[in-house]
Design a protein around this ligand. Sequence first.
Ligand code: SF4
Length: 245
Amino acid sequence: MASTQFKPDDAYRDSISTVDAAGKRVWLYPKKPAGRLYRARKWLSYGFLAVLFAGPWLRLNGLPLLMLNLPAQKFIILGQIFWPQDFFILLLATLTFLVFIILFTVVYGRVFCGWVCPQTIFLEMVFRRIEYWLEGDAPQQKALDRRELDWDKLWRKTTKHVLFLAVSFLIANTFLAYIIGSDALVAIVTDPLTAHLGGLAAMVGFTGVFYAVFARFREQVCTIVCPYGRLQGVLLDQDSLGGGL
Ligand code: SF4
């Protein structure tokens, strides 16, 4: 096994590149990716997005594929209903999954983060691609942000944020459908607004959260919020895939 001792050139691990010496956020302008692996990731993400958005509408045994209704304490996984008294099964499945994730990460590093995580898929394959489309590659984006506000900048920024809000609204609706079920979601959309004020508030709230995450918070989710991201510091070593980078 390779040595995991601290080396002088490991000093970069003491700080993160998205925060400057004064503790202020450094906004990232990643270069537009290209190449064989990126094309493969794109196709895989199209598949995941299709499954994710179709999920709440698909039925197995007349029940949704996945519904995690926390308020009603009713959980449906692959067309099977689980009640709180069945929780030991879910607990066992969760523990097994956790052990699998830990072992998988030790060997394969951040493969999950790069290829499968919904945060990556939405940020890199949806929101950033809207940004590249409207604002160009990294140098053009930087130049646009530094420029005084003019008509060109105004319409590009406005269109981008309107599209960001529209996609966030779609994600929020899908997320809500995974919690309350697609039938309840349809009722919120089609019934008079006053009949489902709670559902409407959840819809607006989730839209705001997703918009804030993908328009502003972005990669900070991985370094600050995601427990899996925080755990990686102790799961990866020089022998993990990409661990020596
Ligand atoms: S650290 Fe967490 S949020 Fe970030 S890509 Fe990995 S799993 Fe996703």
